[in-house]
Write a protein that binds this ligand. Structure first.
Ligand SMILES: CC(C)(COP(=O)(O)OP(=O)(O)OC[C@H]1O[C@@H](n2cnc3c(N)ncnc32)[C@H](O)[C@@H]1OP(=O)(O)O)[C@@H](O)C(=O)NCCC(=O)NCCS
Length: 181
């Protein structure tokens, strides 16, 4: 129902429980591409798994917490962005993202994240937005940098995946920096 135009024929919309079949089909295209880089709970199989993720976000949004948005390109769900965490009382949030391989390289995620950050800082008056990624996730770090975030630190060996513990980067931008960008 609500849709924010992004570049080209891309649109950002709330990703909700009624999208479960579409989300599951998208995950079939995205699963192996995103698995090393996102939380394991997000990488589900089948429609029930997809519905579980959408329900979890819906419940958290109802409590003014995390929120999930899909990116549709030419009418196909190709990825999305989210508030992994959103805490109005503490004035902080964490933003995340993912795309299926064919949708990479067009700037859609950076543009979509800008919309989330604008809302968080301008409408909701938050003070700080964070970004966390595996230190070897160059494409993700590049998004954080394009958003004007600063690398604040590295948590050593904090990201276990497939028998190896990877370093995790913590990026953030604060409201004054966002307004001055
Ligand atoms: C992280 C991820 C979403 C980044 O996708 P992405 O396509 O690189 O990011 P964007 O949508 O912002 O697009 C940036 C790319 O589009 C290009 N681009 C084209 N027009 C652009 C524009 N107007 N503005 C910004 N970038 C533009 C950029 O040059 C860049 O391409 P390049 O890196 O090949 O030079 C994607 O790699 C992914 O899904 N990875 C797996 C899951 C993941 O890591 N999620 C994050 C967990 S922390």
């Amino acid at each position: 129902m609500f849709s924010l135009p992004l570049r080209g024929d891309a649109h950002l919309r709330p990703l909700e429980i009624w999208h479960a079949e579409e989300f599951a089909a998208h995950l079939d295209r995205a699963r192996e591409h995103i698995r090393p880089w996102v939380g394991s709970g997000f990488v589900t199989d089948g429609i029930e798994g997809a519905r579980g993720t959408l329900r979890r976000y819906a419940e958290r949004q109802a409590a003014d917490g995390a929120r999930l948005y899909g990116i549709w390109l030419d009418g196909t769900l190709v990825g999305g962005v989210m508030f992994v965490a959103f805490d109005a009382a503490a004035g902080s949030c964490e933003v995340g993202c993912w795309l299926e391989p064919a949708a990479e390289g067009h700037g859609m995620v950076t543009e979509a994240c800008r919309a989330l950050l604008d809302w968080a800082f301008t409408v909701r008056g938050l003070h700080r937005a964070e970004w966390r990624c595996r230190a070897d996730n160059a494409r993700s770090s590049a998004v954080a940098e394009r958003l004007g975030m600063r690398l604040e630190g590295v948590q050593r060996e904090a990201w276990p995946y497939d028998g190896t513990r990877h370093d995790k980067q913590n990026w953030a931008v604060i409201a004054t920096e966002w307004r001055a960008r």
